[in-house]
Design a protein around this ligand. Structure first.
Ligand code: HEC
Ligand code: HEC
Ligand code: HEC
Ligand code: HEC
Ligand code: HEC
Ligand code: HEC
Ligand code: HEC
Ligand code: HEC
Length: 249
């Protein structure tokens, strides 16, 4: 007998040992950890319902918030965020609804919550408003510019330079630096919001430049003058002088 045991290869004893541990664990779990009514009606347990009912409710739902924060609910429900419920941003707040003063929910004032939905991802539906947070007004919290309960994007910046960057930087180092854009272009207010639909005017004649540059013009002294009647009369001025960086060489 002793010899026989010695002859069993070591790996077999290990497997047998593991098997015994496994069976012992199985029997232990079955008799101690499986609920008593498990198996009585297949996999369904009647007592599961009571257990679920006894779990604390964590989310109150927006209807409950409406009881005290109806002003915010009204604003949010007619905003772009109408489908984003309060507790998505504020966290589970049932405990707050029960005792509003003792427990106040957190508000996501930092920059990190909003990009969870708005960071650019190729898999998001086209048209869903997305930003690249590394370059979209970095460092400032989103809520400095966007009301979280009514997130209309703020109106596009109204400076000409916001859209005509190159022209305005060119002009700023030119002889015309001090002439405002609107001296030469009359710009409809709506151009800034719907630029292609409402175009500004552009100077149309030599006389336009002549109001400052012709010899008899009633303009400030020091402005270089030309004789409008003789100075390169075949062309309009901007065929030779770029109006945003005029040079006379
Ligand atoms: C019974 C009334 C009541 C209900 C219901 C209620 N709140 Fe409030 N809530 C308050 C009061 C009162 C305060 C102000 C507490 C304070 O300033 O200490 C408050 C404050 C807050 C704040 C501000 C926290 C901050 O940092 O300024 C948030 C966010 C908030 N509630 C969200 C919710 C949400 C979400 C719900 C719905 C799940 C909700 N509340 C339901 C009464 C209520
Ligand atoms: C998209 C995320 C988002 C959603 C959705 C949202 N909130 Fe807020 N909420 C915020 C942020 C961010 C602040 C902090 C605003 C601040 O400090 O200027 C805030 C502030 C608050 C405050 C503090 C008072 C105030 O007006 O600044 C209350 C109360 C509040 N929220 C309640 C609600 C309720 C109720 C809902 C649902 C109807 C809701 N919020 C939906 C993000 C959200
Ligand atoms: C749970 C997802 C979610 C979170 C979190 C969220 N948003 Fe939104 N946001 C949306 C949805 C959905 C829309 C509506 C998109 C649409 O109309 O197609 C939207 C719309 C917007 C718009 C309107 C853009 C447009 O179409 O003109 C802005 C701006 C915006 N959110 C800013 C924020 C800010 C700031 C925060 C953080 C306080 C935030 N969002 C948090 C889901 C979210
Ligand atoms: C300094 C102000 C400012 C800050 C801070 C800011 N935004 Fe904006 N956001 C704007 C302006 C202005 C626009 C509209 C013009 C544009 O598209 O750049 C805009 C547009 C958006 C849009 C709409 C984009 C679209 O394609 O319709 C979303 C979404 C948005 N922002 C989300 C955010 C989120 C999220 C944050 C924080 C991570 C944030 N913004 C921080 C000013 C800001
Ligand atoms: C929101 C962006 C935006 C702003 C702000 C803006 N523009 Fe424009 N502008 C455009 C676009 C887009 C066009 C059309 C370009 C095209 O069709 O090739 C344009 C065209 C023009 C044109 C050419 C018109 C034509 O007939 O070719 C002039 C001049 C002009 N803008 C001047 C201005 C001045 C001056 C301001 C400031 C008072 C200004 N713009 C502000 C976007 C803007
Ligand atoms: C001294 C007058 C003058 C000033 C100041 C001026 N422009 Fe012009 N701009 C013109 C003239 C003239 C044209 C027409 C040029 C052409 O047709 O080749 C023009 C053309 C344009 C165009 C059409 C595209 C192009 O490059 O030809 C845009 C856009 C424009 N200007 C924007 C601006 C903006 C923005 C400013 C202010 C930063 C500005 N302009 C200041 C005279 C001026
Ligand atoms: C065919 C090209 C051409 C056209 C068109 C043209 N110029 Fe000139 N302009 C020049 C050249 C080249 C010079 C420099 C040599 C000179 O003084 O004749 C110059 C010089 C100038 C000077 C500087 C004069 C000085 O004393 O420093 C002004 C101002 C000027 N032009 C304005 C205009 C105005 C305004 C128009 C339209 C009415 C215009 N130019 C049309 C080519 C042109
Ligand atoms: C509101 C008056 C005004 C108008 C309109 C105006 N200019 Fe000028 N222009 C100036 C001033 C001021 C200077 C710069 C004088 C200085 O440098 O001291 C100047 C300088 C110039 C110069 C000389 C640059 C150099 O190298 O010395 C030229 C060329 C010129 N403008 C062309 C034009 C053209 C072309 C137009 C029409 C599109 C025009 N200007 C419209 C005021 C005007």
């Amino acid at each position: 007998m002793k010899n026989f045991l010695k002859e069993i290869p070591e790996q077999v004893t290990r497997i047998v040992f593991l098997l015994i541990v496994f069976i012992a664990a199985f029997l232990f779990i079955r008799s101690n950890l499986v609920p008593e009514d498990f198996g009585k009606t297949g996999h369904y347990r009647f007592s599961a319902i009571d257990e679920i009912i006894s779990v604390d409710i964590k989310y109150a739902g927006q209807d409950v918030c409406n009881e005290c924060h109806d002003d915010i609910v009204v604003v949010k429900d007619s905003s772009y965020h109408h489908n984003v419920t309060c507790e998505v941003c504020h966290g589970a707040a049932a405990i707050h609804a029960d005792d509003p003063v003792e427990f106040t929910p957190t508000a996501p004032r930092e920059r990190n919550i909003c990009p969870q939905c708005h960071e650019y991802l190729p898999s998001r539906p086209t048209g869903f408003p997305q930003i690249i947070s590394a370059s979209h007004n970095p460092l400032k919290p989103c809520i400095t510019c966007h009301n979280p309960h009514d997130p209309v994007p703020p109106e596009t910046p109204k400076e000409c330079s916001a859209c005509h960057k190159e022209i305005s930087s060119t002009k700023s180092i030119s002889h015309h630096a001090l002439i405002p854009c609107t001296k030469c272009h009359s710009v409809p207010e709506k151009h800034r919001l719907d630029p292609r639909e409402y175009l500004p005017t552009k100077p149309g004649s030599r006389e336009f430049c002549g109001q400052c540059h012709s010899e008899d013009a009633d303009s400030e002294p020091g402005i270089p003058r030309i004789d409008l009647e003789t100075h390169e009369t075949k062309y309009v001025c901007w065929q030779c002088h770029y109006p945003h960086l005029p040079e006379a060489k």
